[in-house]
Ligand binder design. Sequence first.
Ligand code: ADP
Ligand code: MG
Length: 697
Amino acid sequence: MKVPEHFGELVFDDTTMRSRLPRETYEALKRTINQGRSLDINVANVVANAMKNWAVERGATHYTHWFQPMTGITAEKHNSFISPTPDGRVIMEFSGSELVRGESDASSFPSGGLRATFEARGYTAWDPTSYAFIKGRTLCIPTAFCSYGGHALDKKTPLLRSMEAINRQALRILRLFGNTNVSYVRTCVGAEQEYFLIDKAMFDKRPDLKFCGRTLFGAKPPKGQELEDHYYGPIKPRVAAFMEELNDELWKVGILAKTQHNEVAPSQHELAPIFTTTNIATDHNQLIMELMKQVASKHGMVCLLHEKPFAGVNGSGKHNNWSLATDTGINLLTPGDTPYENAQFLLFLVAVIQAVDDYQDLLRLSVATAGNDLRLGANEAPPNIISVFLGEELSAVLDAIEHNKPYNSGKKEVIKLGVHVLPKFPKDTTDRNRTSPFAFTGNKFEFRMVGASNSIACANIMINTAVAESLRQYADYLEAAPDFIPALQELIRSTIIKHKRIIFNGNNYDPAWQSEAVGVRGLLNLKTTPDCMPCLLSKKNVELLVSHRVYSEPELRSRCEIILENYCKVINIEALTMIEMARKQILPAVEGYCADLANAAALKRAIVPDIELSYEKGLIQRLTRLINEISERTDALEAALCEIRKIETVEKQSCACRDLILTKMNELRAAADEAETIVAGGYWPYPTYGELLFGVR
Ligand code: ADP
Ligand code: MG
């Protein structure tokens, strides 16, 4: 495929709009996109008609409002364009009102109590800042999703609100620096996506992968990732063919897929697109995940996006690269060439540092799921403790400002903001601390805790709003200050002093860090979803999110409930799957092998009566012990599931899932995994870890 020719061919993008819309319509639409003006229905009608013609020419027969309910995946309900004519034929029609607003029965989407079932309707509203695109034979229109009462039922509405919040506050700061030509500030995101590819035939043999997306049993293979020979290794032909087709599909829908490589774990890979505006990056990430699964199945493989599909090897996450940019093309996290730009950079930098420190709990809970809990803090994943990596040079600059001392040995003068130019920070000296959950990497921050299957919306909602709050405080203070530069210097200095505890450039995997972080620095260590979710409703966090108009209080309560409910459901499904696997397949398999051994021993003894049978005896004894253990532990898990059903509140239930069910699951797994290591090949009902991880060639 000739990439430049085909790139974006399935997107109703700016070029297409310009060529297909009358000039006034195009300009009115651009005003809506860039300045958030509401769209006149006459303009919407013209846009809808042009969009429909364009889509029909490309084979589309249907349209859908494409939205992101709180399930974390995307939803669509297709309507055809057909409209009957008096002569019994049809024409293809699409009106402005259909484009701008849709109505759908939303009763089966999670709402966390926001929408009573008798009020089942939900509304979808076009987000014109994210372009419409064609998927299959359907024109997809990115939309927000609200209840009849106006509550956000999705992840996109709060995301857009958080982008507005940070825009409002960042503009106030820029004005203080005398910047009048910027008309808006946007956050940008590049989300690196990790995933596993495994063979479809093997996947089909494993109920755990089918129902839960991760293995619930599986003994450690002789070879895992210890040699790290997979990382950046040559890409196997079958995987290469997958990547090639995936790239073509992504490019056609206008996604800037850029980098691909093998990851650390065997069968693990990564794809990174070029960064773009956050809401578009979020839409694109959802599409990337969807297309990865689709394309994999065409190649006889399954794409696993679970955060921890295999115990003992790396899990999968997303690195959410985040920055702030003006409409004039300036990245506010790049130190500039002049003293004023430098001072401005430092203010935005400390704003992020403060935000991460003040709202550690919100960042942690923005990535909380049952799956991600298994990944964080294990095998090369960031720990549950949030800290910021700045690198030595930038830390030295902050240190000099804090102590009013000269920066670097060559210079004698102390750094005076608004007077001195900072040195450039080459990317290579700031990057490469792979252990940090929140790292400054030259001109952006990389939040590495997002889970592979999570929507990136939640993480960005929290980052945007927390930074908006730092900026609000700074703007309030500086706008009232009689003398800007000294006030700025003092503000940056006091912010460093107050929030430097969150800065950590060392190894986050080091157990000593865990005790220092919590014991000495007082940082949070929220290990699981039930630990962190209640923080969403703390006074400080509700105040933040409500005052910046990102969530209403009922919306927050609903999110908390949905996430905890989902946590319990996921663990419940996993437990039930284990019980079924243990009873229907694992126990019979071990029993079958045991019986064959016993028969073999009996036969031998029939031929040679006093024959020594130590091998068979020992093995039969060990297998029998394991059979009993597996059986008892399966029963115990089942009993525990019955227990937790009696618990009334979802908060308590989620804690019981964590403390009771997960423990019982681990105990059952340990017995079954031990059995797997001694049962002869051919008896075990499932493909092994070795086969799964090294099965695609
Ligand atoms: P790596 O982290 O592997 O060294 P890069 O830093 O080049 O790779 O890029 C990782 C991701 O960060 C890519 O998706 C890239 O587009 C994105 N990125 C680069 N610059 C920015 C920026 N200013 N804002 C947001 N994302 C960015
Ligand atoms: Mg990276």
